[in-house]
Structures are given as C-alpha cells and as structure tokens.
Design a binder for this molecule. Sequence first.
Ligand code: GDD
Ligand code: MN
Length: 367
Amino acid sequence: MTELPATVRAPELTVVVPSYNERDNVPELAARLGRVLAGIDWEMIVVDDDSPDGTSAVVKELARRNPRVRCIRRVGRRGLAGACIEGMLASSAPVVAVMDADLQHDETILPDMLGHIRAGRELVVASRNIEGGSKTEGLSPVRQAISDLGRRLSGMILKAPLSDPMSGFFMVRRDLVEEIAPKLSTAGFKILADIAASVTHRPSFAEVPYVFRERVHGESKLDAKVALDYLGFILNKLSGGLIPLRFIFFALVGTTGLFVHMVSLYLALGAGMRFAAAQTLATFVAMTSNFLINNEITYRDARLKGARFVVGLVLFYAVCSLGAFANVGVASWLYAEAAGWWLAGLAGALMGAVFNYAASSALVWRR
Ligand code: GDD
Ligand code: MN
C-alpha cells in the first residue's frame, strides 16, 4: 500500500457540525462529505447538545464504521455558538469549517472554499447574498427582513465587510480562532459575526455563493430569542462593550413590554372597560410579560421555577412600581428645572430602566 489509511494521516480540514435533533440528517451529511471531499484529508466533528432524539448515539454508531466521523456529546448545555466554538477547539487541523447538520448548506462548495484558504485567505464565507447565491428558497419574508436588518447593523461592528455575516457556513484558519476563542460569546447563532468582530486585524477573506436549501427532516431552532440575542450582541459591541449585555437585554425586553401594554390597553378598551381599569390591567399584563421574557432570556442562568417563580413575580411587580416612582420623580424634577419635556421624559425613562435593572438583578434574580 503506497497510501496510508485515512485514520493515520492527520486531517487538513475539520468540518464542525453543530446539531440538535438531527438524527435523520447527519448520516446523509457524512455520506455527502465523503463524496465531495474525496482526495482531501478531512474529518467531521458533530457537536451535539444531548438531543432528545438521540442524535449523538446515531453519530457514534456511524463513527464505529467511519473513522473520519467524531462526536462531542455535551450535557447540560445548549447553544449553537458554544457548540461551534467547542468543535473548532477540539480540532488540531490547520483549517476548520462550520456547517449545519440539516443539509440546508450546499456541501459541494467546500472544495472551492478550501481552495481559497490554501491560496492564503484566512476566512471564507459561504454567502447567500452575492451573485449566484440565494436565500429565497429557504427563507420566509419575515426571516428575510430580520436577516436584512441584522446584516445592516452588523456592518458597523465587523472588521471585514461580509455580505452574509449571519451565515452559519464558513471556513477559517484554526490559528485565528484559537487566538480569539476566549473573547467569543457562547449564546445564540452569531458565531461568524462574533469572529469577524473580535479579530484584532482586518482578516483577508473570500466569499463563495450558495443556494440555501429547504429543510427536509426536523425543524429550525431559530426563534425570537435568537434574534434578540443578536441585537443585544451588536449593541454591546457598538458601545465598545461598555454597556453590559444583560442591561441591553433588560432594556430590549422593556421595549417589547411597551407593545404588549398598548395592545392590551386597546383590547381592554375594546371590550368595554373604563380607561383607568384598562390601563391598570395593561400595566400588569406588560409587567408579567416582561417578567416571563426576562426569566427566559435576560436571567436564563438564574431562571426561577416553582415557588421561587411566584415570589419572583410579586417582587418584580414591587420593583417595577418603585421604578415608576423613580421615573416620574426624576422627570418631574428635571421638568421643574426647566429642562425640555423630551429630555425630562427620556431621563425619567432611563432612570426607571436602570433602577428596575439594578433592583431586579439584586432582588428578583439573585445569583
Ligand atoms: N449543538 C447545538 N446546540 N446545535 C444547535 C443548537 C444548539 O443549541 N441550535 C441549533 N443547532 C444546530 C441545528 O441542529 C442545525 O444543524 C444548525 O445548528 C442550524 O440550526 P437551524 O435551527 O437549522 O437554523 P436555521 O436553518 O433556521 O438558520 C440558518 O440561518 C441562520 C441565520 O442566517 C442557519 O444557517 C444558521 O446557521 C444561520 O445563523
Ligand atoms: Mn437549518
């Protein structure tokens, strides 16, 4: 035998595949990688967050027959970005790629992407937003709009002008990732944008177009939580990391509360309630909704359950009431000191938000 078996030659390329409930997709992905990466020393590391459908068992079974396949089963943790980071750091290949497990990413462009890295590029992004690429096949109009907004906002924080910064399909030199790994956030779907914002220099990069395919098995995990997380990430970077991510989430959740309040008020008035009663009801609905979302997202690491959930909710009502006093107090004082109505109003609202945040962190979601 002139050629060493693949198990002995170290891989040049590690394809990191984050997975959650993808048992029907991963074997097919491994088969396709085997075909398109023929002639390349590659491996696939599936990073599975202990999927209830048993994805990791399926992958490990596959790995018994195919030594190019590895699996990291993470227990007690969730998060796409964290899974990608962990997979990339488990690699010792000079080049790492990240791609989804669900076959929506076009694996046939991988050799082309590797070609760009071999030619000296540090980062190659598979893009839906350049000539020859498309995102229309797999995206709803709402997702399209969110994606466009995200792209415009992230333009302000990235070290490279990427056309598809939210792409979950890219290839990068591993040394670049190793250098910035401690700075990367493990929550949400923002791994590529985080890398492109955290590098210390402008990376040399290339983009390869691809068509985002329709999902066949399983379902998408991208939800409002993921979108909020992305927005929080961008605002945090825009403030130079000065404003804590948690406060940004808290304030964003507060903004959603305003909408909830107005919709509730409208419905209550429509149902024939008197204004004062309707306004009181709307206030409680908004506070409750804020509490629920904050418990899910802002303070997910200190999430309240059972009896502590009820106590927390009551405490939160109390905190918000005090916050309202602080808000009105500051605003009225400034207004009396001849500040413009909008400045007084804004300062009051900010005071209320900061008070609610500080008191909630100290009392409601004590860690
Ligand atoms: N380990 C792990 N943990 N994997 C996860 C998690 C998690 O918490 N959440 C999602 N995944 C995996 C999925 O199993 C899939 O392989 C991949 O990450 C992408 O998740 P999807 O839920 O299929 O995302 P999508 O198709 O809706 O979103 C696409 O567009 C996004 C925004 O443009 C993907 O291409 C994303 O990568 C991209 O960020
Ligand atoms: Mn998908």
